[in-house]
Design a protein around this ligand. Structure first.
Ligand code: ATP
Length: 247
């Protein structure tokens, strides 16, 4: 009993596009300083779950709570102020802006430029000498580091990461997830959606595997790891014609 409410909580959440459900009664919770790895094959509903958490997609049914507060009706800008930060699939940076400009854009008028740059470069020293470089000319790994740095300077409470590892070498993925683990250790709640990358399991406290809009396995990394292959294969055995719940 007691203790603070989870930073993010879904309760029997349904959402989708048109009449087609992408989330079918999903329940999950992420506490402060914890990492939830949201795994599953292509089309399982991971991105949709992140979009609902970020306030970009309204749920059809069920409840979303942020730090115990119902999400319904909160504007996206207010969510950002509450500390919700989404790094979308495919690098959350502006390729035609410099590293410095990318960092400054994140903070709007509020935070002093020198402070923003200092926070980012302390955590990501490789960005220090690249402040005037166009973000689009950084390596894929550096771009993800910059995306994380942009998130970091907003002092997020909840970090939603979509396929952070996409297209990156395993060694770089390791480095990036080390940083994710450090952010969680500093108190950030993280949801890391990944199609394949089991590297996310290394820093995860909990793992949920989504297939066809439902969580089919949930547990600690140790519990889930041996069952992963089966979960991915189960997609092919599922009845793809299950009916969506009416809106
Ligand atoms: P991926 O790893 O490919 O991003 P995912 O697990 O993130 O997969 P979602 O992108 O959430 O899955 O997709 C879940 C379902 O919703 C899929 O059937 C997908 O085709 C459908 N879907 C996603 N975005 C849209 C959209 N904008 N319009 C219509 N259907 C969509």
């Amino acid at each position: 009993m007691g203790g603070p409410p989870p930073i993010l909580e879904f309760e029997d959440l349904w959402a989708g596009y048109g009449d087609v459900p992408a989330l079918r009664g999903v329940s999950l919770a992420v506490d402060e300083g914890r990492v939830l790895a949201l795994l599953g094959p292509n089309g399982g509903g991971k991105t949709t779950a992140l979009r609902v958490a970020a306030g970009l997609l309204a749920p059809w049914a069920g409840r979303v709570r942020l730090a115990g507060r119902a999400l319904g009706g909160v504007a996206v800008a207010d969510l950002a102020r509450m500390g919700v930060c989404l790094i979308p699939e495919g690098r959350g940076v502006f390729p035609n802006l410099t590293v410095r400009e990318n960092l400054l854009m994140t903070t709007g008028a509020g935070a002093p430029a020198a402070r923003v740059t200092k926070i980012a470069c302390e955590r990501f020293p490789s960005l220090t000498s690249r402040q005037d470089q166009l973000a689009g000319t950084l390596s894929g790994g550096e771009q993800q580091m910059l995306a994380l740095a942009r998130a970091l300077v907003t002092d997020p409470a909840l970090l939603l990461l979509d396929e952070l590892s996409m297209g990156l070498a395993p060694r770089i993925v390791e480095q990036i997830y080390t940083v994710v683990g450090e952010l969680a250790a500093a108190g950030v709640a993280v949801v890391a959606a990944e199609q394949f990358a089991q590297t996310a399991l290394g820093v995860a406290d909990r793992v949920a595997v989504m297939v066809n809009g439902s969580i089919v396995i949930e547990g600690s990394p140790e519990e889930v790891r041996p069952r992963l292959a089966d979960a991915y294969l189960s997609r092919d055995r599922q009845d793809l014609t299950q009916e969506g719940r009416p809106r």
